[in-house]
Ligand binder design. Sequence first.
Ligand code: HEC
Ligand code: HEC
Length: 304
Amino acid sequence: MLVGAAAAQVPDWRPAGSAQTAAPEPITPIPPPPAADPLKLSLGERLFGDARLSGDGKRACSSCHDVRSNGAGRNRHDAAPDGSELSFNTPTVFNSALSFRLNWEGNFRTVEAQVQASLESPRIMASSIDDVVTRLNADRETVSEFEQAYGGKPDRASLLDAVATYERSLLTPDSRFDRWLGGDGTALSLAERNGYRLFKSLGCVSCHQGVNVGGNLFERLGVFHPLASPKPEILRVPSLRNVATTAPYFHDGSAPTLVEAVRRMGIAQLNRTLSEQQIEGIVAFLSTLTGTYRGDPVVATAAR
Ligand code: HEC
Ligand code: HEC
């Protein structure tokens, strides 16, 4: 069922310290954020919320990716600058730097390339790197922040690096599931552990695995039965980290609840009609994948 070269991307199946289980686990804990220059990091954070990065000066990355809640939003589809709906649901930026490709179709390999595409897409920020660099250079305070962090005026490389540095810091370690992986047997209830067992035995884990519980394979959607909008036919398997906080689900946002998403996954990807009890167990397990950002739990956001 693996598509193309994706099979080669299955990561190391052997986390350190899964002491309480005999078999190695196919999911590994989210690491702490990588060490980063604090000046570059805080500059990147400010740029992420800076409307000068958009063509009309009205939107920032944070307009759609709310890191105070789930790194995404609640909307089925966010809007392009002309007010029309985007075709894809907005995914969370949390942990995205740990996925092997970015975006639903996995069409970007590096964080920097994805940032550039976000800036230049007429449907997202509708700007250009050159215009943003010109605008930032017109502001003395911003120039001085770049000089302190990068030893020079804002340019293409430092702009992309600052935003990418910030994005790499957007990791959400310390979920209950990761604590359990780390050896804390009390971190999960019996029902949650049973849900995890089911997630493995049913075969969900053949696609959703590794550090992001997804994000490391390409797969067909609707392997056995239609799932959501049939196009595109192949997607990067999405991460299920923090999934309990990121409704609605699927690339077209067509599943309003996690229960509904799990039910449809069973039929479409595994040809199984899951019982209510099975769905409940899996949802209980998935809810343990909610991590923390800067010490606070990731939470669902209110509709905007
Ligand atoms: C209008 C809403 C909107 C804005 C503004 C926006 N994004 Fe996004 N973002 C999206 C959507 C929709 C996708 C999915 C695109 C796709 O899959 O083709 C996405 C995808 C992403 C991803 C990939 C996540 C993953 O798991 O693959 C990252 C990273 C990201 N955006 C960062 C940014 C940055 C950085 C900015 C600012 C430069 C930005 N976004 C601005 C809506 C938005
Ligand atoms: C054959 C590979 C495959 C299998 C097996 C699989 N999935 Fe998925 N899963 C996907 C793909 C691909 C998507 C993206 C579908 C879309 O967006 O239209 C997805 C999406 C999801 C989502 C929505 C994520 C989001 O952020 O929108 C959930 C939840 C999910 N799967 C859970 C499960 C569960 C639970 C199982 C087992 C019952 C399972 N998956 C089995 C490939 C798979």
